[in-house]
Design a binder for this molecule. Structure first.
Ligand SMILES: [Zn+2]
Length: 632
């Protein structure tokens, strides 16, 4: 904490000094110079005024709430003076390099491995924050994986020149300074080359903005839609052309239009880009990441019909981030420290309220029915049951990088449910006139993109703008450790809540926690207690090693194998056959291959958190419900 303050204070001072000197960074990345999934990066450095300096790649970036250690992907970093003589470079730790004789420094060069295909020790990087380098096909320039900064020197301008194949297009929320420049204009190119390359030139006012600006290069697949005052670009890369930017645009247009109304009819950006990368590889996780003028999506490649609702949910969520954290955030996020980060207490708002808005907006504007919306809430309540409920959410948030890293997924569940409770309570207290939308609009007026709030002061600010009851709610249920008062809140809008009800569902043969790994990292049934009725009908036994499901071999890493099993689970249909090929030890201790097969049947189960609208609710309750679920 002290270290951070010192570091930041230094950063501010130096930046004033540096901008007075007009120092800046000039990066060139050559997408036509790729060797073994590595791309070549050159930096014409700003003037360094100290004998030594340290060059950093980020340990973490905003919006991910998880360590990435991008320095792991930088290879063969070299520093040169003006005459091309190498300067001594020492790797200090994962994300930093010390450069001696730094006053002479003129140029740094390095190669970058892509994150997606390069296994490295250490934390796994979210694919939506990762780089992808596929020569001649696709380049995902998540800038944090490619470009660095010198200590105390990131509040100066960054130029980035991208050399690219002539037929490629860069999808980004940035407006290039110049694009499509023929390469012959580059002085350092000695001999004329065939006309196959172009340069796009970008400029960012500081490092934060650079890291906030992903660019995806591929053959053009784009569409443009206008939403109120904003031009929205959709850029897509679908390796097998299963889905196109035009289809995506048609799918999300009404979502964006509804979001525009939900936000009061004016969006805070003039240009915005949705950048989609679809993968045809088996994957363990996928998702999307928000930026100020764009969002980047890493998703499994499917047809538009197969992904429609999820695509809309994702797009709605990421786009709503333009409210928070982008326009309402604490100092921790505003002065983001890429290599010594401190987390804010308010993930319930940054992620939770954003996720809540993404659902509430869809029911408000008729994109989903009220019954579908209850299912959205039910789902979040059920998933939240698997996470800690007796630790203040503010505490989980501020320790999300370490102690409570395994609780992070709950920000999308309990975080969104906190948003729901607040919204309903606000509607009740204001006779329907003021909701969470209004509160967030007021907060963004008060703070905004360039002014942060103090982490400790937020609840007080919210109470000042609303009601003492809201302050009390935040104290008890967000800063305190009490469980959310669902039944009290549901009563305000006439929702009946059954904690459990009988249900029928499909099973793949075992529960999610039943799988274990063999020594050679194959999946096996860990314990007999995890085998379900469906599994018993198949004849599965503990210690069975799973080789195939419905004839499809289970290969690759455990995540890939689980993904294949999950795909077959989703496709289960009553009456069809389910089969496993397993390897089982016989009495002599030899492994024998066995084919197991049985008809798929639904099994008795319990459904949690069954929600329904109370048809006999009083007019007053129905009025609050309508204020909550219909446009005002
Ligand atoms: Zn989010």
């Amino acid at each position: 904490m002290t270290l951070k303050t010192t570091f930041l204070a230094l950063g501010i001072l130096t930046s004033v000094f540096c901008s007075a000197q007009k120092t800046s960074y000039n990066y060139t990345i050559d997408l036509t110079r790729v060797v073994d999934d590595r791309v070549y990066v050159e930096l014409k450095t700003p003037k360094i005024t100290t004998d030594e300096t340290t060059f950093f790649l980020p340990k973490i970036i905003p919006g991910t709430y998880s360590i990435a250690d991008y320095g792991r992907f930088v290879v063969d970093l070299k520093a040169f003076d003006k005459k091309g003589k190498e300067l001594p470079v020492e790797k200090v730790e994962t994300n930093s390099w010390k450069i001696k004789n730094a006053k002479k420094l003129n140029r740094i060069t390095y190669w970058v491995d892509d994150v997606v295909d390069t296994p490295k020790e250490g934390p796994s990087v979210y694919p939506m924050a990762a780089t992808n380098i596929e020569d001649g096909k696709n380049f995902v320039l998540n800038t944090s994986g490619l470009f660095g900064y010198f200590e105390n020197n990131k509040d100066v301008g960054y130029g980035v020149d991208v050399i690219r194949p002539k037929n490629f297009y860069g999808s980004t929320g940035l407006i290039p300074v110049q694009s499509n420049v023929p390469l012959t204009s580059l002085k350092r190119e000695q001999k004329p080359e065939p006309d196959t390359k172009r340069i796009d030139k970008y400029y960012m006012e500081n490092y934060d903005r650079l890291i906030d600006s992903p660019i995806m290069y591929a053959e053009t697949d784009t569409a443009i839609i206008r939403v109120a005052n904003t031009e929205v670009l959709i850029g897509s890369y679908s390796p097998n052309k299963k889905v196109s930017a035009k289809e995506i645009a048609a799918t999300i247009k009404d979502v964006l239009t509804a979001q525009n109304s939900y936000l009061g009819g004016k969006l805070p950006v003039d240009k915005y880009a949705f950048i989609f990368y679809f993968t045809d590889k088996p994957i363990q996780s996928y998702g999307a990441l928000e930026h100020s003028y764009s969002s980047f999506y890493y998703m499994p490649e499917k047809t538009i019909e197969a992904m429609q609702q999820q695509l809309r949910d994702f797009a709605a969520h990421e786009f709503f981030h333009i409210v928070t954290p982008l326009n309402i955030h604490s100092e921790e996020i505003h002065r983001f420290d890429f290599n010594n980060p401190k987390m804010s207490k308010h993930l319930w708002m940054y992620e939770g309220v954003t996720e809540y808005f993404a659902g509430n907006m869809q029911v408000k504007y008729g994109l989903i029915s009220r019954e579908q919306y209850l299912e959205v809430i039910r789902n979040k309540m059920s998933i939240a049951d698997n996470f800690l409920d007796d630790v203040p959410f503010t505490e989980i948030s501020s320790q999300t990088l370490d102690k409570y890293a395994d609780q992070y997924y709950n920000v999308y569940q309990k975080g969104a449910l906190i948003g729901m409770c607040l919204d309903i309570k606000l509607r009740k207290l204001s006779d329907g006139k003021y909701g969470l939308q209004d509160l967030m609009a007021d907060l963004s007026k008060k703070f905004g993109k360039n002014q942060a709030f103090e982490d400790e002061a937020l609840f007080g600010e919210i109470e000042k703008l609303t009601y003492p009851e809201i302050g009390e709610f935040l104290k008890r249920y967000v800063a305190g450790s009490e469980s959310l008062p669902f039944d009290e809140v549901f009563a305000l809008v006439g929702i009946q809540h059954l904690p459990t009800a009988p249900d029928k569902k499909y099973s793949i043969g075992f529960g999610g926690g039943a799988l274990a790994l063999t020594e050679d990292r194959k999946l096996k049934i860990g314990k007999a207690s995890g085998i379900t009725e469906q599994g018993r009908s198949l004849g599965l036994q503990a210690e069975d090693v799973l080789l195939k499901i419905n004839g499809t071999p289970l290969t690759g890493d455990p995540g890939e194998m689980s993904a294949v099993i999950f795909k077959h689970f989703q496709a289960l249909k009553e009456g069809e056959q389910l089969s496993f090929t397993v390897s089982r030890k016989d009495e002599q201790g030899n492994y024998q291959t066995q084919e197991l097969s049985a008809p798929v049947k639904m099994i008795e189960a319990e459904k949690k958190h069954v929600l329904s609208f109370d048809e006999s609710a009083s007019p007053e309750v129905v009025a609050t419900r309508n204020a909550w679920l219909s446009p005002q």
